[in-house]
Design a protein around this ligand. Structure first.
Ligand code: ADP
Ligand code: MG
Length: 243
């Protein structure tokens, strides 16, 4: 079980996340939606301390990290239990597709090189890029680059995968292939927290949809109920706008 309690983040005088509580079951797929500037990225970034929360605690399995007392070793341990897929891929430009996937396995997980390479090759096959193992990011299309970004996260086998608008930076022609890969990942019993504006995709893959506004969770429900019977007026207003 993954639990988040009282997660709070301020930038200067602005409270961007306000007292967020969240429970995530292993294997659960959560989709987070909401207007821009509402704290979705900050929530994901606070969950692995890319942004340090001002208050709150996060538990993943037997590890609890409290913002008030977190030591560097605990933050590192938390990061090792999460994998992050960025909107803008964030690949290493000077490493090949293969190198981008082995990087974390070798330098974060401390796996032997040969084992990391074998794992990365298996992942490249799974994401349909076996033939492009030696290509550098600049030689790959946007869709291929994001598939490498997702492959890199898959390779880590993290307890929690965090996806921050994984298709938003893509040219429209590449969105389909990346959503297809995400659907495939979603069938693998991985625990996923995905921020997206792709409502049809959310409907298909989510176990639960969360609506955020103003740094708070306004509503959370299984997709059927969420989309057909949203309870909160703010959720209804948002859904009317995006549909
Ligand atoms: P979303 O992902 O929902 O669009 P964000 O989490 O990126 O929203 O941002 C939430 C709010 O926090 C916004 O008002 C944004 O301007 C502010 N914010 C985000 N990151 C920073 C930062 N590093 N410094 C100051 N303000 C920030
Ligand atoms: Mg964002």
């Amino acid at each position: 079980m993954i639990t988040v309690r009282g997660l709070t983040k301020r930038f200067g005088d602005t409270t961007v996340l306000e007292d967020i509580d969240l429970d995530i079951r292993p294997g659960e797929r959560l989709v987070v939606i909401g207007p821009s500037g509402t704290g979705k990225s900050t929530l994901l970034r606070c969950l692995n301390f890319l942004d340090r929360p001002d208050a709150g605690r996060i538990t993943i399995g037997d590890l609890t990290v409290d913002a008030a007392t977190a030591r560097p070793a605990e933050i590192l341990a938390l990061r090792r239990r999460t994998a992050f897929v960025f909107q803008s891929y964030a690949l290493f430009a000077n490493r090949t597709a293969l190198g981008n996937i082995t990087e974390g396995l070798i330098h974060v997980q401390g796996r032997p090189k040969a084992e990391a390479v074998a794992r990365a090759r298996a992942i490249l096959a799974e994401i349909g890029l076996a033939e492009r193992a030696d290509a550098y990011p600049a030689a790959l299309s946007g869709g291929q680059q994001q598939r490498v970004g997702i492959g890199r996260a898959m390779a880590l086998d993290a307890a929690l995968m965090l996806f921050d608008e994984p298709t938003s930076a893509l040219d429209p022609e590449w969105v389909g292939e990346v959503l297809d890969l995400l659907r495939r990942v979603a069938r693998q019993e991985r625990t996923m927290l995905i921020v997206t504006h792709e409502m049809q995709f959310a409907r298909e893959i989510a176990d639960r949809v969360i609506y955020m506004e103003g740094g708070r969770i306004v509503e959370a429900a299984p997709p059927e109920a969420f989309f057909s019977r949203p309870r909160d007026p703010r959720t209804r207003r948002f859904l009317t706008r995006v549909n």
